[in-house]
Design a protein around this ligand. Structure first.
Ligand code: A2P
Length: 349
């Protein structure tokens, strides 16, 4: 099997390479792609193995079985169909293809059956959506969901490597008592600050594109197009790991203890919930872990059949690279057959 990783020098792409190696993914050949800037660079792939980065070209996309993408929406829009046309199944981490009707949007533990209908491109959900849906799906299955209100506290690695560098540089300047240079990645200083803006505001929209993604993608993954959901996304000066406060109203009653037991038994989740001992999910604890952590599970005193949860996940792992690699594993396992018709127009922009 020949596997391409597009965006292999980036924060998510390098984690994809690491996970393919650590999970012993059955690839005979692994080819890292990045921009022209990185072509020729050697990447350490462990055990003395070096992988040489290639630039994308029409010839270079030929002959792959799988292509994992995390190189931004523009690159995915242009190159994913080319890899797919050349015979690869593309697992795309960008937002570009997620809301296309004929592109499955899949969380490995939640809706793997959706993979069956793919036509060459499978979309990996947004990182904040991914960890929330992991916690919501078992609750939905047990008690039904009437409404969800979520607030996020997202780390800078979700934006990419340059955002990590911006936070580090600003933090150093603040600690040294030096002036902070004008930010280049975020609209404001991120060090020692909280920005109630993740991504962009489209013309006339009071919600950001990240908040829109969380709402639309959650509905698509759960197969509940009308699910009432409200999201507020904030960027915080954390390197790795997104935290979320989730308020969920259920159809049937569900006690906090029943919810704790339910989530403890659900795949991909680990319950960390002993507040008296100061044990709850932390970004520093979630970073580097495969499981999404859930804690602070408690009834909402202001409303019946309503629970509050605190959910933390490693945005580079389960939020991106890990789920992409799990989907690649599922595609191989199931050898998901491709439907014959060409791709339909998008369901939504
Ligand atoms: P490069 O390192 O050569 O810029 P991150 O999300 O951490 O910012 O990483 C983005 C990834 O996408 C990097 O691997 C980057 O490569 C890659 N990338 C950016 N633009 C392109 C492009 N036009 N073609 C291929 N890869 C790209």
């Amino acid at each position: 099997m020949r596997v391409a990783v597009v965006g292999a020098t980036g924060a998510v792409g390098s984690t994809m390479l690491e996970l393919l190696r650590d999970r012993a993914f059955p690839a005979e050949e692994l080819v890292p792609f990045a921009s022209e800037r990185s072509a020729g660079r050697a990447l350490d792939h462990g055990a003395g193995q070096g992988l040489v980065v290639r630039a994308l070209s029409l010839e270079a996309v030929e002959g792959f079985d799988l292509a994992l993408f995390s190189a931004g929406s523009g690159t995915s829009a242009e190159w994913a169909p080319r890899f797919a046309a050349a015979g690869a199944v593309v697992i795309d981490n960008s937002s570009h293809w997620r809301m296309y009707e004929d592109v499955p949007l899949v969380v490995a533990e939640v809706n793997p059956e959706a993979l069956g209908g793919h036509r060459g491109i499978v979309a990996n959900p947004n990182c904040s959506t991914m960890q929330m849906v992991l916690a919501l799906a078992p609750i939905r299955d047990r008690a039904g969901i009437e409404r969800v209100v979520v607030s996020t506290y997202q780390s800078v690695s979700g934006t990419g490597q340059r955002a990590v560098e911006e936070l580090m540089e600003q933090s150093r300047a603040v600690v040294a008592g030096e002036p902070v240079r004008s930010p280049e990645i975020y609209p404001h200083q991120i060090a020692f600050n909280v920005l109630p803006q993740v991504e962009a505001f489209r013309d006339g929209d009071l919600y950001t594109t990240e908040e829109r993604k969380m709402m639309a993608e959650t509905r698509k993954i759960l197969g509940e197009p009308e699910l009432p959901l409200s999201a507020t996304c904030a960027r915080v000066p954390v390197l790795q790991g997104h935290s979320e406060s989730i308020n969920v109203e259920t159809t049937e009653p569900l006690t906090a203890q029943a919810c704790r037991e339910l989530l403890a038994a659900a795949p991909g989740l680990a319950v960390v919930d002993d507040p008296a001992a100061a044990l709850y999910p932390l970004a520093t604890a979630a970073a580097g872990r495969d499981e999404v952590l859930v804690g602070r599970i408690r009834p909402d005193p202001s409303r019946e059949r309503c629970l509050n949860l605190w959910v933390v996940g490693d945005n580079l792992r389960k939020g991106a690279a890990l789920n992409a690699v799990q989907l690649a594993e599922l595609v191989v396992e199931r050898a998901a057959p491709r439907a014959k018709e060409p791709a339909a127009p998008p369901a939504a922009a």
